[in-house]
Design a protein around this ligand. Sequence first.
Ligand SMILES: [Ca+2]
Ligand SMILES: [Ca+2]
Ligand SMILES: [Ca+2]
Length: 278
Amino acid sequence: MGKYIQIFLIMIFIQMSFLFFNCSRHNPPTMPESIPTSTATVIPSYGTVKGTLNLPTPAVGKNYYIYLFDSFEGFSHAEATTYGVCGAGVSIPYSITVSAGSYYMVVIIDTDNNGMSLSPNPGDYVGVYGVTWPQWPVSANVIISNGQILNYDIDLVTGFANVSGYVNVYSMAPGKNFYIFVDNDTNPVNSNHVAYSNIILSDGVLSVDYSLLVLIPGTYYIYAGVDVNDSGLPFNSGDQLGNWGVCGCNPTNPPASANANINISIVNNFYFKMGILP
Ligand SMILES: [Ca+2]
Ligand SMILES: [Ca+2]
Ligand SMILES: [Ca+2]
């Protein structure tokens, strides 16, 4: 093959390569719109826990509430919730559906019919799966996978006050509402408290005894206030307020972080006093 023919063929090859390269860069192949692109389909993954609630005595007509949660941030923030009404007898069937995962499961029967917006109170029936309250499981012991059905019975007991103490009000406020909260934060109106009580103060009262049921161990804020100006919650200027763990009675500086470490097996005594919100 002559040298010129070789050079000619090499030039043709370079030109064709260049054209092909340019075409590839400027005209990328496009997917016809009629061909669907593949998308990941998210299939919900759920399991069911069912069984029997074993009551200490019948609670006919009373509401039961069941909560599954991984980290507890208030009864309104559980990963799954169900409720129902107790029939006759001490064995109440239940069923709850939850996404796959690991959870604690607690049950409350509102024996005094004051509603779960108030959280459980002493005298309500309480239970936690795997142990007898006030014992607490060492880890999240309801472990459920997709499609799984677990049969778990839960023994309930009569809940008792495990957090108590007294609060000195700043000044007498007869006829005014006194509130005390065990809470995940210091906001009384965002529905993540864990225990709550409310009384009307009588004349002459400067010290209020309280007793609360904290169902789930943890580290919380405890604070109390008097709605001096009858505005309802939250507390505002002119109201009395106090936070446990704060020196003196400066109501404007709650602890920087939750500091009331509550062990549900013993009674914790928390005493504090109030100031006036500026
Ligand atoms: Ca109750
Ligand atoms: Ca709160
Ligand atoms: Ca007020």
